[in-house]
Design a protein around this ligand. Structure first.
Ligand SMILES: Nc1ncnc2c1ncn2[C@@H]1O[C@H](COP(=O)(O)OP(=O)(O)O)[C@@H](O)[C@H]1O
Ligand SMILES: [Mg+2]
Length: 320
């Protein structure tokens, strides 16, 4: 039985570009490197590419390289023989062999330890896996897709990622833009998720007022589509059949003006090579907030995203 894939939603030109490239290479056996912030849809796109390939009736498996302790990565990936190491109580085929004929997504591939990177490169070059503790290799026909939220070239420069493996994986790079760079998709995504969760829970759909909508469109979405989807699920359940105003949105979505300022500061503030004294920075910002609010501590606390008590505590600490 094939499980229907969740539909991929998005009409913005930025996202349509991504889909166009994905469609072009989906059916080929080429290695694809999906990059983008967390929650931008890398795994969903990988699934869709598998579903559109001639491997569709074979398994699609994903291995999160960040979720495993270093000593288990190799056996998870390449398999191991019983007794190969303490804890290897039975033969284990490994994800590559289990996905034979199908597709394996190496998620967070930037986290792969260097030793496993070398083995992976060997597999990509010759199509053979060498289970841990087994003398002879085995041929496997698996298509590798890789995903990362890191800048892999930078990882290469830092000596944490093999350059040869990077080029081997990066045959076709597909970059998923963050949601804040394709805000045109926000309305269709909201409509889609509201409908989906309403149906899933058997509830009448919820919707947003124009004002709430405007906030959602202006928000920075650090968690991207995953964050939007979770918000929609919460609203779909708690406010079924109702129209939800901006007051109901989480605090970080309410004051977009102040938040974007914080975001701008964070982006502009590159840590200098020589480092900084964080306390000095904090002291300066608290001072500025107090000046701005004419010494009103409650207002200053609000400007800094602190509770009044926390502000008072820090003012005492810095003798302000
Ligand atoms: N374009 C999209 N249309 C519909 N749902 C999406 C889209 N992109 C992502 N999602 C959903 O958002 C969540 C996060 O996507 P995921 O593929 O896991 O992101 P990533 O792997 O980049 O962290 C998933 O529930 C996924 O189904
Ligand atoms: Mg993911």
């Amino acid at each position: 039985m094939t499980i229907p894939e969740p539909p991929i939603v998005g009409t913005s030109p930025e996202f349509q570009n991504v889909l166009r490239t994905a469609r072009m290479v989906a059916a080929l056996d080429v290695t694809v490197l999906l990059t983008g912030e967390t929650g931008t849809g890398k795994e969903l796109l990988a699934q869709a590419m598998h579903a559109a390939s001639r491997r569709a009736d074979k398994p699609f498996l994903a291995l999160n390289c960040a979720a495993l302790p270093e000593h288990l990565v190799e056996s998870e990936l390449f398999g191991c023989r019983r007794g190969a190491f303490t804890g290897a109580v039975a033969d284990q085929p490994g994800k590559i062999v289990s996905a034979d004929g199908g597709t394996l997504l190496l998620d967070e591939v930037g986290e792969l330890p260097l030793a496993a990177q070398a083995k992976l490169l060997r597999f990509l070059e010759c199509g053979e896996v060498h289970p841990v503790g087994q003398a002879f290799p085995r041929k496997v026909q698996v298509r590798i897709l890789a995903a990362t939220n890191r800048d892999l070239l930078r990882e290469v420069e830092a000596g944490r990622f093999r350059e040869d493996l990077f080029y081997r994986l990066n045959v076709v790079p597909i970059e998923l833009p963050p949601l804040r760079e394709r805000r045109g998709d926000i309305p269709v995504l909201i409509e889609h998720f509201m409908g989906e969760f309403g149906r899933a829970h058997g509830l009448p759909a919820a919707s947003f007022t124009r004002d709430a909508f405007a906030r959602l469109k202006a928000y920075r979405w650090p968690g991207n589509i995953r964050e939007l989807r979770n918000l929609c699920e919460r609203v779909a359940i708690l406010f079924a059949g109702r129209t939800v105003g901006a007051d109901v949105l989480p605090r970080e979505m309410q004051n977009e003006g102040e938040r974007s300022f914080a975001a701008t500061v964070t982006e502009a503030l590159a840590l200098p090579e020589g480092g900084i004294v964080l306390d000095d920075l904090e002291r300066t910002l608290i001072g500025q907030a107090l000046v701005k609010t004419g010494g009103n501590r409650s207002k200053a606390a609000r400007l800094l995203g602190l509770t009044r008590d926390t502000l008072l505590y820090r003012m005492k600490k810095y003798e302000l």
